[in-house]
Design a protein around this ligand. Structure first.
Ligand code: HEM
Length: 407
């Protein structure tokens, strides 16, 4: 058992320029060389451990010895990873909690996101996508993220929650800042953004409390008022999480999915010829270039041995979903993009109790968005050399900075 890092131990820099252009090569090396790899964090001071194989990812995500509740750590341990302390009103949500709190919070909204309930949103998703495509078609080329992939899911989740859709642009700015790793010790931009987001949601909930409407937030407010099922802080945190998780990821599924199709014209033609393949095509997009690169962190409450490695108390461990989804032990020829791949039990939505609550919504949005896009733009193509496209830095989101297309 190793408790300390030896100089010879492989170290992996997931923030290097190489990792940005070609993360899969680093993950291939990681899967080969280490069950649990120690990675360098941007400031190289915070210890982080990463699991990269498919079967190890499943093990980690069901291991109840690790906590998602950062408040179970000592203040000193917590401040190593979460140096912004002013957001205590939006961080008490299900993704930051363990059972039984997690079970209670998740069960309050689970009904709203079942495949059946989500299916009722189909006409509205189509209408939003068609409106965006009407605008798009007036031009010859656009940046797809800005013009289509971003406004679609954020409008859907905002309408569901009753959050004013005209605040979209502010969200985009805030969430981009929040999801970008700090490159230096200056945490001021992140702190400021987190505080603005918190104030925004507190203000929104105060307005809804005064004037309930027919939306998910008002339904949650009713649950809060019924007694001890949801505290005001949990409610604000829940709406924040749903809004954030509900758009930041799906945007990148649409963009990455279109990128993968344009890179593989024969697969694009198959889908154009037979749009009913969209269901398995979206699953393959989730596997091949899913929008969540790593899960969020889990923490060792005490020194914990995991796959022969001791994770010291208070340290963070996470799984690389992109790596697990390219593990040749699970997926034959993982580098091949095949829209009819079967079986395709990818881990793009995570696994175990924190499995993505919004998976049915994300799948439906991506299927409708991509098929409508292909139907309306039969000459869709890259507007720039695809090798010039830039991927975002950061461990959580796997997405392009921009995707300029013409048609
Ligand atoms: C393609 C789009 C999406 C992907 C790839 C994705 C991926 C994930 C992953 C990997 C997790 C687990 C993270 C972890 O265990 O650390 C997760 C959790 C979650 N996702 Fe998604 N997500 C997507 C879209 C959505 C949407 C549209 C919603 C909208 C409501 C949503 C809501 C959530 C919530 C609430 C959780 C926390 C669940 C829990 O803690 O029990 N996600 N998602």
């Amino acid at each position: 058992m190793e408790t300390h890092l030896r100089p010879s131990e492989p170290r992996f820099d997931l923030w290097s320029p190489e990792a940005r252009v070609d993360p899969l090569s680093i993950y291939a090396r990681m899967r080969k060389e280490a069950s649990v790899a120690r990675v360098l964090s941007p400031t190289q001071r915070v210890p982080m451990w990463v699991v990269s194989r498919y079967k190890d990812t499943l093990e980690l995500l069901k291991d109840t010895r690790f906590t998602k509740d950062r408040y179970r750590l000592t203040d000193e341990q917590r401040h190593l990873y979460f140096r912004v302390d002013e957001i205590g009103h939006i961080d008490k949500h299900m993704l930051n909690s363990d059972p039984p709190v997690h079970t209670r919070l998740r069960s309050l909204v689970a009904q709203a996101f079942t495949a059946r309930r989500v299916e009722s949103l189909r006409p509205r998703i189509i209408a939003i996508a068609q409106r965006l495509l009407d605008e798009l078609q007036r031009r010859e080329s656009v940046e797809l993220l800005q013009a289509f992939a971003f406004p679609l899911p954020i409008t859907v989740i905002a309408e569901l929650l009753g959050v004013p859709t005209e605040d979209q642009d502010r969200f985009r700015e805030w969430t981009t800042t929040l999801m970008s790793p700090p490159r230096s010790d200056n945490l001021e931009p992140i702190r400021k953004t987190a505080v603005q987001l918190q104030q925004y949601f507190q203000g929104f909930l105060a307005r809804r409390r005064a004037e309930p409407r027919d939306d998910l937030t008002s339904a949650l407010l009713a649950a809060e008022e019924q007694g001890d099922r949801l505290t005001p802080v949990e409610l604000t945190s829940m709406v924040f999480l749903l809004m954030l998780a509900g758009h930041e990821t799906t945007v990148n599924l649409i963009v990455n999915g279109v990128w993968a199709l344009l890179r593989h014209p024969e697969q694009l033609e198959r889908l154009r010829a037979n749009p009913s393949l969209i269901e398995s095509a979206v699953e393959e997009m989730l596997r091949y270039c899913g929008p969540v690169k790593h899960t969020t962190g889990r923490f060792a409450v005490q020194d914990t041995e995991f796959l022969g490695q001791v994770i010291p108390a208070g340290q963070m461990i996470m799984a690389s979903l992109l790596s697990a989804n390219h593990d040749p032990e699970q997926f034959p020829e993982p580098q091949r993009f095949d829209i009819t791949r079967a079986p395709n039990r990818h881990l793009a939505f995570g696994s175990s109790i924190h499995f993505c609550l919004g998976a049915p919504l994300a799948r439906l949005e991506a299927m409708l968005a991509i098929n409508l896009l292909l139907e309306r733009l039969p000459r869709l193509r890259f507007a720039v050399d695809p090798s010039a496209l830039q991927w975002r830095t950061g461990l959580l989101i796997h997405g392009l900075e921009q995707l300029p297309v013409s048609f």
